[in-house]
Design a protein. Structure first.
Length: 268
């Protein structure tokens, strides 16, 4: 069952919170510990739901909306496998201390959970029935980029959103996934584009010694858009189901950098 959890942290005032740092920090909590194979983890209930760090394909967690105030940060954690709630609950029972930073003593701050609550939890079957919406106002909460055949593709289109969301649905609940939409199917959708390109630095911290090839930047997209579909069209109903998943996951490439987080408001 997809879930959204809100967590509030006590944090140092000078903390610079970024989606990338937060996503990396959750990896220490929700991914398999180093040295534990997926095959071994599958036999252990406490680890069975946790993905390996080098998982090929979308991971079952992503960062959502973030807020900052002096001495406090708030953040959503979006889950596609609600078994991870048990892992999260166990971590909270041990104090909920999350290291944020580059891994060095000087560049890492410890934030501590002061409040945690499940905001939403729905079944895949419920998402599969959510086909009544015809218009979607989409805000890109973090820079978003899509990749095709190993190359970054500028902009955001309904086709890219549908393909990305379908891939996540297929990975975590193939028995309930909607039909795959193709480019010709999506001609019934129109889009008002209020996005703009933004250059995102993917460089590693200065303490990293993997060389200059990691010090690169890519062109991503930020802003908002409005997508509308023809009322009653089969494609619109399928797209509605896919967009209902967007509040529980991210889209596009470079999830490890906290990219591709959406806020979607659906209207009939």
């Amino acid at each position: 069952m997809p879930s959204t959890v809100f967590l509030q942290f006590d944090a140092p005032d000078a903390l610079a919170l970024t989606p990338r740092r937060l996503h990396a920090a959750w990896g220490r909590v929700l991914e398999l510990p180093e040295g534990i194979s997926p095959e071994r983890a599958a036999l252990l209930p406490s680890l069975a739901a946790r993905p390996p760090h080098n998982l090929h394909g979308p991971k079952p967690y992503s960062v959502g909306q973030m807020t900052e105030q002096p001495g406090m940060i708030g953040a959503e954690l979006r889950l596609l496998d609600d078994r991870l709630l048990d892992n999260l609950d166990g971590w909270l029972a041990w104090g909920g201390v999350l290291p944020l930073g580059d891994g060095s003593l000087e560049g890492t701050a410890l934030v501590v959970v002061t409040e945690a609550q499940i905001l939403e939890r729905v079944s895949w079957e419920e998402l599969a029935e959510d086909d009544a919406s015809t218009t979607w106002d989409v805000t890109l909460l973090s820079p978003t980029v899509f990749t095709s055949r190993g190359r970054h593709v500028p902009g955001v289109t309904p086709e890219q959103l549908a393909t990305s969301l379908h891939a996540r649905w297929h990975a975590w609940s193939p028995q309930t996934e909607p039909p795959r939409l193709h480019r010709d199917d999506l001609e019934v959708l129109t889009m008002q584009d209020r996005t703009e390109p933004v250059r995102v630095n993917l460089g590693m911290p200065s303490a990293d010694r993997r060389g200059r090839l990691t010090r690169r930047s890519i062109l991503a997209t930020e802003g908002s858009l409005r997508i509308s579909g023809v009322v009653g069209a089969a494609t619109t109903r399928v797209f509605s189901r896919l967009m209902s998943l967007a509040r529980f996951t991210n889209v596009g490439s470079h999830a490890a950098y906290g990219m591709g987080t959406l806020d979607v408001i659906a209207n009939p």
